[in-house]
Design a protein around this ligand. Structure first.
Ligand SMILES: O=P(O)(O)OC[C@H]1O[C@@H](O)[C@H](O)[C@@H](O)[C@@H]1O
Length: 339
């Protein structure tokens, strides 16, 4: 018997189980059969399946396990309070290597954001150990939602709960599962400037009409659009990565006009970027937690990287969300208005 959304019990559709490593994980399900798994280790989404049970996220078969495991190579690690190497902390920050807790009574998220969705709220607060390296009082609340049509939404709310103002950078480090990296196209980033991590962050301008892959790529596209599409023609699948509520305020213009004076101030605040990474053959071989050939089936596209630090004053909260959806072969990128 099929389920109708009206009678589907979304609380019951959220189940707490253990992963292969004995770590608690939350499984979210929809009436149509889509699912997502979220590990309490790092609040990392480790699986996202469509209604046919097909996996949509890459995870490495060589993930390293130990008593205090490091982040799984794959899924969606949360990079916080630092993205990449742009600070003094370990690469991509410590949040992905911490145990998070479940909030059994999560506060509402306006406007009606969780209605009709299977979701869980996970929490991370500063620990005594972290305060030694990063002396700030924060609460990070990540809501992972699966909508009835199988879209995956991640909403981060980061709050300065006390003390001094602090800054952070951030990313949803999303590993998509692709049929063959050399057949993949990314649309939405063409014509943008990017910083190339393979050339000491030198700045270039994207020239092609889409991004394609034939060697290692490690780039940060600046001022990325709200929607990016990853086209996997072979699998007849297109991933749509949509960021919401993350305006690029890299250029805040304050215009003061009078009959005789016109003044424009451009103040850099934070910059929403898109990271694109594939290690290709040589680098994969040097990575202990990635199989030699697995790079062919993974593509990291972080639709919402905050590169310039966000400044939070005591009591302030920052919210940033992404939505991941998949559309079939009939998808036409013109509909997204890229061109
Ligand atoms: O091995 P990590 O810490 O998970 O990082 C993976 C990759 O993450 C990407 O964001 C970086 O641009 C790459 O340079 C890096 O190799």
């Amino acid at each position: 018997m099929g389920h109708s959304a009206a009678v589907w019990d979304f609380r019951a559709a959220t189940e707490l189980t253990k992963d292969w490593n004995g770590i608690d994980q939350v499984v979210l399900r929809t009436p149509q059969g889509a699912s997502a798994r979220v590990s309490l280790h790092g609040a990392q989404v480790t699986s996202w399946r469509n209604e046919h049970g097909e996996e949509l996220l890459f995870t490495s078969s060589k993930t390293v396990s130990s008593k205090a495991p490091k982040a799984i190579r794959g899924g969606i690690p949360i990079c916080f309070p630092q993205f990449g190497n742009c600070g003094s902390l370990e690469r991509h920050g410590f949040a992905r290597n911490r145990m998070w807790s479940i909030d059994e009574n999560p506060p509402p998220l306006p406007p009606n954001d969780s209605r009709g969705k299977s979701f869980v709220d996970l929490l991370l607060k500063s620990s005594e150990e972290d305060v030694r390296y990063w002396p700030h009082s924060f609460e990070f609340r990540l809501r992972v939602c699966l909508t009835t049509n199988g879209d995956l939404t991640l909403i981060s709310r980061i709050r300065n709960i006390n003390g001094k103002p602090f800054s952070f950078s951030f990313a949803y480090h999303t590993y998509l599962l692709v049929s063959d990296i050399s057949e993949i196209r990314i649309e939405g980033l063409e014509t943008l400037d990017y910083l190339d991590n393979l050339s000491q962050k030198e700045r270039f301008t994207e020239q092609g009409d889409a991004i394609t892959f034939e060697s290692e790529v490690d780039r940060l596209y600046l001022s990325s659009p709200n929607i990016i599409a990853v086209l996997d023609h072979e699998r007849k699948r297109t991933f749509i990565i949509r960021k919401e509520g993350l305006p690029d305020v890299g250029k805040l213009s304050i215009v003061c006009c009078s009959m005789v004076i016109s003044l424009i101030l451009v103040t850099p605040l934070f910059l929403v970027c898109a990271a694109v990474w594939n290690p290709w053959e040589k680098k994969s071989k040097s990575m202990v937690d990635l199989g030699d050939e697995e790079y062919k089936h993974m593509l990291c596209v972080d639709g919402a990287v905050i590169e310039k630090p966000v400044n939070l004053k005591p009591g302030e909260e920052w919210t940033g969300r992404i939505q991941l959806s998949v559309v079939g072969s009939s998808f036409c990128s013109d509909r997204l208005g890229f061109r």
